[in-house]
Design a protein around this ligand. Structure first.
Ligand code: PBG
Length: 332
């Protein structure tokens, strides 16, 4: 078919708001958003995080308070990350499997208060708990030992499932962990605990506000995670990561970071008809926030643009620190 001007005038369908609304291809809904947050020990705490505008570390009671708002906004899941007291961190991250550790208490409190109003997502990874800030257990050369780490993750996953966590999100990039976790959950009767695999997670500079928030940045120092997270130059490799995690029993695939990796989101969604979620990580969020501020933009407009773009590339759900403000805007 050939199209030509003036029979085809693309601007005809852009002339007024009502027609633009009618031909809009992608729509953002509150239920497309997951809100990630940080939980800390204490009472009535709401501590701002550095280089992370509008993001706080909340004690369990403050978190429960905030979650009423999250529920009323129609957000269907929250992802919680622990801020562990440095005195409890060790080289093996052993606090992660303690039966009354912070995450266990937070998950229990949320499930008791809110039931199935929304799902709770918890990372399976050791970095908030280790004295060196890596996601796993190190060998004598400082290399994350894959199989020893998987064994620790399986234990952590069981502790989280046992206390009522709905979705487990292995974010550690070890090989074989999804299969090992799935097998162990099945054996323990946790058939319905969902695995959201961070199948495609790049070694990115965009995680620094998050590492500051959980307090792993100082432990990690100048070391990076390139010997287990993916090289940002590659995307064939991502397809293999996704294939393996699906075979091992992942229910949902996550791609992270989001905005610089939309080619990967597109490729994965085209190839596998499974739920694909994108994590708009701390650095992306902070960049957008500071640009929004320096340009004097109306709150959240740029955020909405960035999230609709992710939907357009094939992401079904976006995990974003802007979830609450964007959902409020969508409901206006
Ligand atoms: C930990 C984890 C990280 C993020 C989520 N889970 C950081 C990392 O891998 O160092 C990053 C999230 C963000 O930057 O918002 N395994």
């Amino acid at each position: 078919m050939t199209r030509s001007y003036p029979a085809t005038r693309m601007r005809r369908l852009r002339q007024k708001g009502w027609i633009r609304d009618l031909i809009r291809e992608n729509h953002l809904k509150c239920s497309d958003l997951v809100w990630p947050t940080f939980v800390v020990e204490g009472k009535q705490i709401k501590q701002p995080c550095e280089n992370f505008p509008g993001v706080y570390r909340l004690s369990i009671d403050s978190l429960l308070e905030k979650l009423k708002e999250v529920r009323d906004l129609g957000i269907k899941a929250v992802a919680i990350f622990p801020v562990i007291d440095p005195s409890l961190k060790d080289s093996k991250g052993s606090e992660s499997t303690k039966p009354y550790q912070l995450m266990v208490r937070a998950i229990q409190a949320i499930k008791t208060t809110f039931g199935d109003d929304f799902g709770v997502i918890a990372d399976v990874a050791l970095d908030p708990y280790t004295s060196h800030g890596h996601d796993g257990v190190l060998d004598e050369r400082g290399y994350v030992n894959n199989d020893a780490t998987v064994a620790a993750l399986v234990e952590q996953a069981n502790v989280l499932a046992h206390c009522g966590c709905d979705i487990l999100a292995p974010s550690d990039m070890q090989d074989g962990r999804v299969g090992a976790i799935r097998g162990s959950l099945e054996a323990a009767g946790h058939h319905n605990v969902i695995i959201l695999s961070y199948a495609v997670k790049y070694a990115s500079k965009l995680y620094s506000p998050f590492r500051g928030a959980v307090g792993s940045a100082s432990q990690l120092g100048s070391k990076d995670k390139s010997h287990y997270q993916q090289d940002y130059a590659n995307s064939d490799e991502s397809m293999v990561e996704v294939e393996l995690d699906l075979q091992e029993g992942a229910d949902i695939i996550m791609i992270k970071p989001a905005m610089m990796y939309q080619d990967v989101i597109y490729r994965v969604k085209e190839h596998y008809q499974v739920p694909v979620w994108a994590y708009q990580v701390s650095g992306e969020y902070s960049m957008l926030k500071s640009f929004e501020k320096s340009c004097g933009y109306q709150e959240s407009e740029l955020m909405v643009e960035s999230l609709v773009a992710l939907k357009r590339s094939g992401s079904d759900v976006m995990i974003t620190y802007a979830a609450c403000e964007v959902a409020s805007l969508l409901l206006k």
